[in-house]
Design a protein around this ligand. Structure first.
Ligand code: HPA
Ligand code: ZN
Length: 326
C-alpha cells in the first residue's frame, strides 16, 4: 500500500487536542443561534478568513472569542461528540483531550456544566464509535496560580475521572515555575502532570516543566532541540512529546512544513507523536497532520509506524485496551 493509505488505515491515538479548538465555524453559528450569542462574523467564510495568525497570541484571542458560544451542558456534549465523530473517520481509536475550564467559568458557565457535558460526549462517543478517552484539565497560564488552585478545587468531585493537569495559553512571560505549587497539589491528588513547553518559550521552560512541574509528558517541545543536553535528557527519561505540525505552521512556529523538526526529533531518539491541537483553527484533523507532514518531510513507512506506535505508548491505556489496539 502507498503511504497515504497506510496512514488512513492504521488505528491511531490523539494525545494533544483542545476540545474548544475543535469547534467548527458551522457549529459555532448553530450554537450562537441556539444561545442568542452575537458573533462578530457574518458567515462561515468570514470566520475562516479570520483564521490567519502570526503567533500564538493572535490565535488565542480568536480562540477565546470562539468559545463564547459554549454555554450549556448540551453545548459541551455536542462539541465533544462532533470531534469524536470526525476523528472516528480518521481511524482514531483513543484520545486524551484538554479542556480549558477557566475559559468558561470566567464567562459565568458552571464548571460542572462544562465537565459533565464533555464526559457525556465522551461516553456517547465510546458507545457509538468505540473510542476510548481521557480528559486533561488545563490551567490558563496567563492567569494567576491562585486562580489555578481555585480551578483544581472545583475539579475535586470529578478527580477520579480526570487523567492529568495541563498548562496552556500564552507561554512567553508565563513560565512553568509560576505553577509549581498547584502542580504539586495536583500530583498529590493522583493526577498526571503535562505542560505545553517549548512551543514559543525557550528551552529553559522545558527544563522548568521537568524539574519543577515534574511533567510526565511535554506538549509541543519544539524548542528543546536548541539544547543538546536537554534532548539527551528527554531521550534518557523517555518523555513523550505531543507534536502538532499544522498548528506549528499556522502559528509560525515553523515557516514551512518542510522545515518542521518532526523527522529530526525521531532521528535524535525523541518519542514524538503527531496530533492536531486545535483542528478547526489550524486547518486539519489527525490524518491531515500525518499526511501533510509525511509529504513535506518525505517520511517513510517505518517513520509512520513509529509515530503511530509512539501515540499508543505515550498514552495512558489500560493493559486490556492496549492489547486490543496494538
Ligand atoms: N498553545 C497554547 N495554548 C493553547 C493552544 C496552543 O497551541 N491551543 C489552545 N490553547
Ligand atoms: Zn495545545
Amino acid at each position: 500500500t502507498d503511504l497515504p493509505s497506510l496512514i488512513r488505515a492504521l488505528p491511531k491515538a490523539e494525545l494533544h487536542l483542545h476540545i474548544e479548538g475543535s469547534l467548527e465555524p458551522e457549529q459555532m453559528f448553530e450554537l450562537a443561534a441556539r444561545n442568542n450569542v452575537a458573533l462578530p462574523y457574518d458567515s462561515v467564510e468570514d470566520i475562516r478568513a479570520a483564521y490567519r495568525f502570526n503567533n500564538l497570541q493572535e490565535f488565542l484571542d480568536i480562540y477565546y472569542q470562539g468559545m463564547s458560544v459554549l454555554l450549556t451542558k448540551q453545548d459541551f456534549h455536542d462539541l465533544t461528540y462532533a470531534y469524536l465523530k470526525r476523528v472516528h473517520a480518521d481511524n482514531c481509536r483513543h484520545v486524551e483531550i484538554f479542556f480549558d475550564p477557566q475559559g468558561h467559568t470566567e464567562r459565568g458557565v458552571a464548571f460542572s456544566d462544562a465537565i459533565e457535558g464533555i464526559f457525556d460526549g465522551l461516553e456517547q462517543g465510546k458507545k457509538d464509535f468505540g473510542i476510548s478517552s481521557h480528559l486533561i484539565l488545563s490551567f490558563l497560564r496567563h492567569l494567576s496560580e491562585e486562580e489555578a488552585f481555585e480551578t483544581l478545587e472545583q475539579a475535586e468531585p470529578y478527580i477520579d475521572r480526570i487523567l492529568a493537569v495541563g498548562l496552556d495559553s500564552s507561554e512567553l512571560g508565563h513560565p512553568p515555575s509560576k505553577f509549581e505549587r498547584v502542580y504539586a497539589k495536583a500530583r498529590e491528588k493522583g493526577l498526571k502532570s503535562f505542560a505545553h513547553a517549548g512551543e514559543e518559550g525557550p528551552p529553559e521552560y522545558v527544563y522548568e516543566a521537568l524539574d519543577l512541574l515534574k511533567v510526565d509528558r511535554i506538549d509541543h517541545g519544539n524548542r528543546a532541540l536548541e539544547d543538546d543536553a536537554l534532548v539527551e535528557r528527554l531521550v534518557a527519561e523517555n518523555k513523550y512529546l505531543t507534536v502538532c505540525p499544522l498548528s506549528n505552521l499556522k502559528l509560525c512556529v515553523v515557516d514551512d512544513l518542510k522545515n518542521h523538526p518532526l523527522k529530526t526529533m525521531l532521528n535524535k531518539g525523541l518519542k514524538a507523536t503527531v496530533n492536531s491541537d486545535d483542528p478547526s483553527y489550524f486547518g486539519g484533523y489527525l490524518n491531515d497532520n500525518y499526511l501533510r507532514t509525511a509529504e513535506a518531510l518525505h517520511l517513510t513507512k517505518d517513520d509512520i509506524v513509529t509515530l503511530v506506535k509512539n501515540g499508543f505508548d505515550g498514552a495512558y491505556l489500560t493493559a486490556e485496551r492496549k492489547a486490543e489496539l496494538m
